[in-house]
Design a protein around this ligand. Sequence first.
Ligand code: 5GP
Ligand code: ZN
Length: 112
Amino acid sequence: MDCIFCKIAGGEIPSNKVYEDDSVLAFYDLVPQGPVHILIIPKTHIASAAEISADNSAVVAHIFEVAAGIAKEQQLDNGYRIVTNIGEDGGQSVKHLHFHLIGGRQMAWPPG
Ligand code: 5GP
Ligand code: ZN
């Protein structure tokens, strides 16, 4: 399968890693939308959050544990945002589940 995040998870394409374990990888986004912009992905291919089920949801819980740790390390004590885009209307461009962890600036609501 021609999936850029599978290739990043497999080390085929280099990334600027923030955190890695057996099931999860976190790396800096190529086009940062804030002073801190990190992507957190499962190493296994899940197309989007719409594909989360009882069979694969454990890694999602783990991703949120990892995210909390990264946010502390990055000293985002004043808050931050975790977002996942789904499908066309959601603005998803890479079809491999990923959570954006963005911080270091005031976020707008509602999102554009
Ligand atoms: P989406 O639009 O699917 O929610 O987010 C995809 C994100 O992946 C974008 O923020 C984009 O900048 C980032 N991205 C796309 N290709 C690469 C890449 O090869 N390396 C890294 N580090 N980020 C990427
Ligand atoms: Zn993939």
